[in-house]
Structure formats: structure tokens, C-alpha cells
Design a binder for this molecule. Structure first.
Ligand code: HEM
Ligand SMILES: *[C@@H]1O[C@H](CO)[C@@H](O)[C@H](O)[C@H]1NC(C)=O
Ligand SMILES: *[C@@H]1O[C@H](CO)[C@@H](O)[C@H](O)[C@H]1NC(C)=O
Length: 490
């Protein structure tokens, strides 16, 4: 009997100390709803609409608050001020990547997206340099995008103006751009290797946003004991890694150090230069994962934006008419659009920004973490704490964007119709960890959308007022409901 009492006292003091340590010992975390043991605040969240749940909670707890996903505290940043103070003003501290257990399992923390520290810095700097417009050999990245735009037009012509779901074709184009940058090889949209690769990536994106994976990410131990889509995710990733490894071997055999053809060649040259450096991050594992990251981050994001963009343009024919008038005036019907044209096309520029703002593709950003103990406002956030950033809350600021729910390119135009930049545009996030492919993505969005509108009239199958532009899924990415349209050649 006595033993039981002693045990109970011991266990409860231990739990009390643990709780006390969580709230005081390691820092002073922002306020938040009281977590339940083990499951934390999961019941306070609607997993179907996390972003909306966060905005509801911020009305009670303010712009900076703490939620427990399982046992782990996560600090939520809601609204422009808090997001800017963290990502820009304390950029170094907030540039850590938060944990994403499934992705870490698949990547072993190699590559850019899920790494931290020196590895992340070295790989990011190198990749950014290589992705600059003239980073590789003579062929510019803009040439690759323009070439792909021609292929895209050819494929869209083949639909003969009959109703089609554009998902597949609009998925091929951004994937092929990455292929041409990485492999110096651009595929036919019917190529078996290419289709298989796309299929694996698409499947992984769907798995990543499924509710089961959100739960696995909170309770990673489940992945070790239960079967489920996480295994499929890992086998898909392994297939892709193997494919990339074969390509890397081919490149090694035909490498000419003085004439890099593509991203792989540039990386191999860097590996050669650093081969005596024991701390080097330029290893085959990091090459393979970095390439895999570029595909994972650069394909679905761009293609969903294009697809959602077409849907919004059909819903707003008056906007499309103005864009097409501008294209006619600045470029005409024949010449291929180039990035030089953008400076003369403020309306198109505003439309692309407004598409990205309204669709709010990645509502809660990728998870961040703090790289050291940080004093933020009046709080102390311990090193390694996960940080979740609501980009939705920035995009919906009603002072910066009056009537934020409306699709209105005027949000990015001044009174005289010039393009107006906004610090509240954060589709690519902000600060040191922001999207590495921003330059490329902007180029693709501008050139692909301009080319499509130069060559085709978009015909919806229903009246514009009946087009549903609300997102189908707000788990990880906002995607539109599936739809069909006709591409009528101009
Ligand atoms: C419309 C298209 C795109 C959107 C909306 C987008 C958005 C984002 C966002 C929100 C992040 C997270 C930033 C953060 O953690 O704060 C990100 C990261 C990243 N994106 Fe993009 N992205 C797009 C296209 C691309 C493309 C084309 C590439 C390929 C070159 C790319 C490569 C990356 C990489 C490598 C990261 C990880 C950066 C890091 O962890 O340091 N993205 N992107
Ligand atoms: C947010 O709050 C509104 C109003 O209280 C409620 O109707 C809605 O269901 C809440 N949404 C989520 C996702 O929690
Ligand atoms: C989430 O909530 C917001 C605001 O109520 C709404 O606009 C959006 O369509 C919702 N998303 C989903 C997937 O239901």
C-alpha cells in the first residue's frame, strides 16, 4: 500500500515538473488553448481547414500563440506584422526547417527542403546560383521555358477545341522545364519514363496532404507500427532516387568539365572540386535529394497555379479580355512572349500576382523552426521549436487588399494602371528560407499564361457565374475542384 502511495507521488511530481519545464524551464512560450495529454490541441483543429482554424484561434489568443500538435508545441504566427517580424527582422533565427517526419524518413535529411545548418546553406547557395538565368552553359533558363511553351501550345491544339480537363497537360509543362534544367533532356508528353515519374510525384503530393499523414506527422511512431500510405510514399521516393541515380551515372560518363550542360553537370564539377574536403556537402546523396527536391517543389506548385489561374480567368471574362487586349498591343499574335515583355504588361503582371494571392496555394507555408533560443516579442522560444506561419492571414489583410475575398487585379495596380508591388504578397513566403524557385516559377507563370491567352480563347462549359472557384482541399495545398474547358485557337 505504502509503495503505491510513494509511486503515485513520485509519478505525479515527475509529471508536474515536466509540465512546469514545458511552460517555464525552456522559455516562455506564447499563450494558447490548454493541451490535453498526448493528443495536445488536435481536437481544437479542423483538419480539413487548418488555416481557418488558426484564424479562429487567433481571434482569441492574438497573432502569436502556441498549439500542441501531439506533445510538441508549435508557435503560430498570424497576420503580416508577426510574420514579417519573424521571417524578415529575425530572419536568421526563423530560417530553420520544422519537422515533417514522413519527409525526413524519405529524405534522410539530405537535400535542400528538409535540411538545416551548414548542409542547407551550402546546397541552397549553390542551387540558387545554378538556377540563375545564365547559370548553366549557353542555353538560358528562359529559352527552356519558351521552348516548353511551344510544346504546350502544340499539345493544347491537339485537343481540337473539345472539352478537356487541363490537369495532365498543365502538369507536364513545369515538370519538363525541371527536366531540361536538370537532365538537359526534354521529354515527349507520351514518353513512358516521363509519365511514370510524373505519376509517382503526383501520388506523393496526394499522400502528403492526406489526413492520415497529418496524423503520422504528429505521432511519427505510428509509421513504424502500422501499414499505410506512408510506405507507398517511401517506395515512390526510392523509385525516383534510383531513376535520378541512373541519370547521374550517365552524366558522369559523358562529363566535360569545361562545358556543363545542366544542373547535374554543375553539381558533379563542384563535387570534383571539393573531393578533398572531408566536410563537403557536395555528395551523391545530396545531389540526388536536391534534384528530387526541385521536382517535388517545382512541379505541382506551378501546375496547380496555372490550372487554378485558368479557372479564375474563366470566372472573370472581363479580366481575360483586358489581358488579351494588352497581349495584342504589346506582343501581337506571332512573337513568343519573353520576360522582357513583362515590364510593358502591368495588367498581366497584376493578374498573375492576384491569381497567386487569391488561390493562396500553400496556406500555412512549409513548417519552420527556430535555429536557437529566441526572444520574440515578450516570449522566449526554445531552439528547435516548430513555427507555423499563416500565409493566408497575410494575403487576406483587408487594409492592404480591400475586399480581400474578391479576385481583383486592381489589388496590384496604382491609379494610373502601373504595377504596384506589395510586401503582403507572400505566395513564395519571405526571408532566408523563402522559395528557391521563385524566379523560375514567376517566369513560367508569366510565359505560360501569356502564351496560352495569346493563342487560345478559354471556353468554360458552364456560365461564368456558375464556376466554383472555392478550393477543394486545404490540407497542405489549395487545389481547385476538377473542371473541363475548351481551348479555342485564336
Ligand atoms: C507557383 C509556384 C511555386 C510556389 C507558390 C512556391 C512556394 C514555395 C513556398 C511557400 C515555399 C516554402 C518557403 C518557406 O519555407 O518559407 C517553397 C520552398 C521551396 N521551393 Fe517553391 N514554390 C513554387 C515553385 C517552385 C519551383 C518552380 C521550384 C524549383 C526550382 C521551387 C523550389 C523550392 C525549394 C527548393 C524550396 C525549399 C527552400 C528551402 O527550404 O530553403 N519552388 N516554395
Ligand atoms: C471558425 O469560426 C466560425 C464562427 O465561429 C465557425 O462557424 C467555423 O466553423 C470555424 N471554423 C473552423 C475551421 O474552426
Ligand atoms: C476554409 O475556410 C475558408 C474561410 O471560411 C473558406 O474560404 C475556404 O473555402 C475553406 N476551405 C475549405 C477547403 O473548405
Amino acid at each position: 500500500m505504502d509503495l503505491v502511495v510513494v509511486l503515485v507521488v513520485c509519478v505525479s511530481s515527475f509529471l508536474l515538473v515536466l509540465l512546469w519545464k514545458q511552460s517555464h524551464g525552456k522559455g516562455k512560450l506564447p499563450p494558447g488553448p490548454t493541451p490535453l495529454p498526448i493528443i495536445g490541441n488536435v481536437l481544437q483543429l479542423n483538419v480539413k481547414n487548418i488555416s481557418k482554424s488558426l484564424s479562429n484561434l487567433s481571434k482569441v489568443y492574438g497573432p502569436v500563440f502556441t498549439l500542441y500538435f501531439g506533445m510538441k508545441p508549435t508557435v503560430i504566427l498570424h497576420g503580416y506584422e508577426a510574420v514579417k517580424e519573424a521571417l524578415i527582422d529575425q530572419g536568421e533565427e526563423f530560417a530553420g526547417r520544422g519537422s515533417f517526419p514522413l519527409a525526413e524518413k524519405a529524405s534522410d535529411k539530405f537535400g535542400v527542403i528538409f535540411s538545416n545548418g551548414k548542409r542547407w546553406k551550402d546546397l541552397r547557395r549553390f542551387s540558387l546560383m545554378t538556377l540563375r538565368n545564365f547559370g548553366m552553359g549557353k542555353r538560358s533558363i528562359e529559352d527552356s521555358v519558351q521552348q516548353e511553351a511551344c510544346t504546350l501550345v502544340k499539345e493544347l491544339r491537339k485537343t481540337n477545341g473539345s472539352p478537356c480537363d487541363p490537369t495532365f497537360i498543365l502538369g507536364c509543362a513545369p515538370c519538363n522545364v525541371i527536366c531540361s534544367i536538370i537532365f538537359h533532356n526534354h521529354f515527349d508528353y507520351k514518353d513512358k519514363d516521363f509519365l511514370k515519374m510524373m505519376e509517382k510525384f503526383n501520388e506523393n503530393v496526394h499522400i502528403m496532404s492526406s489526413p492520415w499523414i497529418q496524423i503520422c506527422n504528429m505521432f511519427p511512431i505510428l509509421m513504424d507500427y502500422f501499414p499505410g500510405s506512408h510506405n507507398r510514399f517511401i517506395s515512390n521516393t526510392n523509385y525516383l532516387k534510383k531513376y535520378v541515380l541512373e541519370k547521374v551515372k550517365e552524366h558522369q560518363e559523358s562529363l566535360d568539365i569545361n562545358n556543363p550542360r545542366d544542373f547535374i553537370d554543375c553539381f558533379l564539377i563542384k563535387m570534383e572540386k571539393e573531393k578533398h574536403n572531408k566536410q563537403t556537402e557536395f555528395t551523391t546523396e545530396n545531389l540526388i535529394m536536391t534534384i528530387s527536391d526541385l521536382f517535388a517543389a517545382g512541379t505541382e506548385t506551378t501546375s496547380t497555379t496555372l490550372r487554378y489561374g485558368l479557372l479564375l480567368l474563366m470566372k472573370h471574362p472581363e479580366v481575360t479580355a483586358k489581358v488579351q487586349e494588352e497581349i495584342d498591343r504589346v506582343i501581337g499574335r506571332q512573337r513568343s512572349p519573353s520576360m522582357q515583355d513583362r515590364g510593358n504588361m502591368p495588367y498581366m503582371d497584376a493578374v498573375v500576382h492576384e491569381i497567386q494571392r487569391v488561390i493562396d496555394l500553400i496556406p500555412t507555408n512549409l513548417p519552420h523552426s527556430v535555429t536557437r533560443d529566441v526572444k520574440f516579442r515578450n516570449y522566449l522560444i526554445p531552439k528547435g521549436t516548430n513555427i507555423l506561419i499563416s500565409l493566408t492571414s497575410v494575403h487576406n489583410n483587408d487594409k492592404e487588399f480591400p475586399n480581400p475575398e474578391a479576385f481583383d487585379p486592381g489589388h496590384f495596380l496604382d491609379e494610373s494602371g502601373n504595377f504596384k508591388k506589395s510586401d503582403y504578397f507572400m505566395a513564395f513566403s519571405a526571408g532566408k528560407r523563402s522559395c528557391m524557385g521563385e524566379g523560375l516559377a514567376r517566369m513560367e507563370l508569366f510565359i505560360f499564361l501569356t502564351t496560352i491567352l495569346q493563342k487560345f480563347t478559354l471556353k468554360p462549359l458552364v456560365e461564368p457565374k456558375d464556376i466554383n472557384t472555392t478550393p477543394a482541399n486545404n490540407g497542405f495545398a489549395s487545389v481547385p475542384h476538377s473542371f473541363q474547358l475548351r481551348f479555342i485557337p485564336i
